[in-house]
Design a protein around this ligand. Structure first.
Ligand code: PMP
Length: 282
């Protein structure tokens, strides 16, 4: 796993990041995490679309043509012999003397990507996880996948310190998403998830789950819901790249539904698994 993408070249992993990279100093950049199953990238086009949107929203010009970038990522997976894991891809506004405003146009954005081997977390999938509730203290453009993750880091750390796997965040009383995943609840066989607006990241896994629910004739309501509704749900689950779909069986030490992964979640998970076993998309 020692070969990385640095701008348009695949090179040995080494210290290539400058101390004045704006990603490093300002979090001035965007990123994607792409799942790899059976040596194939899953939902690559959707990740590329989201990357382009995030970059546009912060007025960052992606230096590579998207098709070339996709080819470089394929090459990276191959050269590292990655069967199962993730690609981390990040583009920052480049290296310039520290000053808040954008650097002049001669400064090129910096692209890096590397791979990491990661197995699916089947035990979590099977048994479910616990979560805590925490105030969503992030900014108002959570739809952009930027490098600024400190509130997410603090939330996840709080979860782990409370022996939980994830932190489910809420603004006032409205559940938004979790520190690194989207949240779905099931009530009377219908699903609810926060609408894809500026308060959440529109997860690629979230989108896939919504599509699968349509195929399963399960109604998904992209509507806000309160913390109380979450606590009284029949089922709760979270979605994210490589985590896929993980049942949440306890929130703030309170069991959700039966306290075990629910049938609707299992049904969706089963359908999702059939997509990734022989990974269909490159
Ligand atoms: N919300 C947040 C805050 C996240 O960090 C992630 C993981 N990137 C997600 C949702 C899930 O997105 P995806 O399914 O695209 O991984």
């Amino acid at each position: 796993m020692n070969k990385i993408l640095f701008n348009d070249r695949i090179i040995e992993r080494e210290n290539v990041i400058d101390i004045e990279d704006r990603g490093y100093q300002f979090g001035d950049g965007v990123y994607e995490v792409i799942g790899v199953y059976g040596g194939k990238m899953f939902m690559l086009d959707e990740h590329m679309e989201r990357l382009k949107r995030s970059a546009d929203e912060i007025q960052l010009k992606i230096p590579l043509i998207i098709n070339d970038l996709k080819n470089k990522l394929r090459e990276l997976v191959l050269i590292n012999n990655l069967e199962e894991g993730i690609i981390y891809l990040q583009i920052t506004r480049g290296v310039a003397p520290r000053w808040h405003t954008f650097p002049d146009e001669t400064v090129s954005p910096v692209t890096i990507a590397y791979v990491r081997s990661l197995k699916r977390m089947t035990d979590l999938e099977k048994n479910g996880v616990s979560a805590i509730l925490t105030e969503d203290i992030r900014w108002l453009r959570c739809d952009i996948k930027t490098l600024n993750l400190l509130p997410n880091v603090l939330s996840k750390q709080k979860a782990v310190e409370n022996s939980a796997f994830e932190a489910i965040m809420h603004r006032k009383n409205i559940v938004t998403e979790a520190s690194s995943s989207n949240v779905f609840i099931v009530k009377n066989e219908e699903l609810f998830t926060h609408p894809a607006n500026n308060f959440i990241l529109n997860g690629i896994t979230r989108k896939k789950v919504i599509q699968l629910c349509e195929e399963l004739n399960l109604k998904v309501n992209e509507e806000t819901f309160t913390v109380d509704t979450l606590l009284q749900a029949d089922e709760v689950f979270i979605t994210a790249t490589k985590l896929d779909i993980i049942p949440v069986v306890k929130v703030n030490n309170q069991p959700i539904g039966t306290g075990k992964p629910g049938n609707v979640t299992k049904k969706i998970l089963h359908k999702f698994q059939s997509l990734i076993q022989p990974a269909t998309q490159t």
